[in-house]
Each structure stands twice: as C-alpha cells, then as structure tokens.
Design a binder for this molecule. Structure first.
Ligand code: HEC
Length: 243
C-alpha cells in the first residue's frame, strides 16, 4: 500500500469515527421507558424504550427565544438557575430592553451583569424536593433539546407521588408539574408550542454564541471559496514555465 493510499484510508476511518460517534450520540438518547406485561409470558414484563419527541429548535427565531425567556423566568427560574448566562447578555442577544429585564425578569436586587440565579438555598430545596433542582445552563447539551422537550410534555397524574404527578421520562420525578396551569389555560396545541419556545430558549442559553459561530463559519467558507480563485491563478502562473 502506498503512503498516499494509507493516509486516505486513515483519514476516511477518522471521519467515519467522528460522524458515527455524533450520529450514535443522538440516536442512543432514550426518553424513558414503559414496563408492560409480556403477551407471550404473562408472568414476565417487558421494558420498552420510549422515543423522544422532536423539539422545534430555531436559534434564529428571535420572537420564539423571547417568549421562551419570559416563560423560563416566570415558571422555572425560582428553582433552577442558569449560572452561565448573564441578564445583560440575554438582553443583548434577544433584543430585550434592559429596563424590561430590570422590571419583569430579574429575580434578585443584583445588577444586570449578574448571572441568572435566584440564589435559592440548596439545603432548603433538598428538604422540600428530596433533591436539589439542577442548574439548567447546559441541560440541552447534556441531555439534548428533544429529551428536555419530551420531559416537559410527559407529566401525568399519580396520586402516590408527593406532588400528585409523575413523569414517563424521569420515573418518580421530584419536580412538580409547574406548567399544568398554563396547559389547562391554553390547551394542548398552544401548550406544545410554548414548551417548544421554552426549549428553544434553553438551547440558546446552553451556547449563547452559537448564532455568531454559525455566521462566522459561513463567512470563513465564503472567504476560502473566493480565495480559491487567486490561489488557482497564482498556481497557473507559477507552473506555466515549469511545465
Ligand atoms: C418548584 C421547583 C421547580 C420548578 C419551578 C421547576 N423545576 Fe425543574 N426540577 C425540579 C426538581 C426538584 C428537579 C429534579 C427532578 C428529579 O431528579 O427527580 C427538576 C428537574 C428538571 C429537569 C431534569 C434535569 C435532569 O437532567 O435530571 C429539567 C429539564 C427541568 N427540571 C426543567 C424545568 C423547567 C423548564 C421548568 C420551568 C417550566 C422547571 N424545571 C421548573 C424543581 C423545579
């Protein structure tokens, strides 16, 4: 095997490995499971993995991100922090006037440069819920937006649980169904849309620079394409005497 062939083979394998890993990482994410009795063996049970629902993510949909931010601040921020996102950055990125943030969204008396954290006492939270509500800054990157979307749409009544609800994604969940009031008020379809906005916002919060990153990526590729023309002409010029 020539060294050229070998290097082509190695780079193909590497590329395959990277692509395969990223595809597997998304495909393997399951959204909980359901235990059912086995029809062939009545004494046995079967565990079925539940597929995730697809979250409507669009990081360029500014209106959706703004609605999601408002929903998060009104319904989630009292228990969950977003430690890696500052109010000021959110105001800039989502074009929300700082005065509105100051008046309606900020949870503490701190500054706009503070991170989104209601500073709830974790010891008290542990006492109330049995577990501390986790920081959600990178939740959609750890679990995937589809997982979070499915989780928020999978609460069901269960009177044996402390808050009267359970969840198919996290079995015996410790979180109350805080969006139930909204769900009752607006109906299934509008509720799903609002949860979609909320997850869209959480997905933005997990990587606030992702919009710029994508724009820079396109600019760099464009530059390389345009640069190809003088590079090709130069190549022709340099080699014309040699050949
Ligand atoms: C009253 C407090 C409270 C509120 C309000 C609340 N949560 Fe939770 N949340 C919890 C607790 C407690 C858990 C831990 C659940 C468990 O592990 O059983 C949790 C877990 C979660 C998880 C799963 C984290 C993980 O990876 O295990 C997500 C996602 C989440 N909450 C999102 C939200 C969103 C979005 C909102 C707003 C709509 C919200 N929560 C409002 C208390 C709360």
């Amino acid at each position: 095997m020539t060294s050229k062939m070998r290097s082509i083979l190695i780079s193909t394998l590497l590329l395959n490995g990277i692509l395969g890993f990223s595809i597997n990482a998304t495909a393997s994410m399951s959204c909980g499971s359901r235990i059912e009795s086995d029809p062939l063996h009545p004494n046995q049970t079967q565990k079925h993995d539940l597929a995730c629902r697809q979250a409507p993510i669009d990081v360029n949909d500014q209106a959706s991100l703004q609605r999601g931010a408002a929903l998060f601040m009104n319904n989630c921020a009292s228990c969950h922090s977003l430690k890696y996102l500052r109010y000021e950055r959110m105001a800039q990125d989502l074009s929300i006037p700082p005065a509105l943030i100051e008046q309606y969204m900020k949870l503490t008396n701190g500054k706009l440069t503070d991170s989104i954290d209601a500073k709830m006492d974790p010891v008290l939270q542990k006492k109330i819920f049995g577990t501390v509500p986790p920081d959600l800054s990178v939740e959609t990157r750890v679990k995937s937006p589809d997982w979070v979307y499915t989780y928020l749409l999978s609460f069901y009544p269960d009177q044996t649980r402390p808050f009267g609800v359970n969840n198919t994604v996290i079995h015996d969940v410790a979180m109350p169904n805080v969006l139930d009031g909204l769900h009752q008020q607006v109906g299934d379809q509008a509720f799903q849309k609002q949860v979609g906005d909320l997850v869209n916002f959480l997905n933005y919060a997990a990587e606030p620079a992702q919009r710029e990153r994508k724009i820079y990526g396109i600019i760099v590729i464009l530059f390389l394409f345009i640069f190809l023309i003088p590079a090709y002409l130069l190549y022709k010029e340099y080699w014309k005497d040699v050949k």
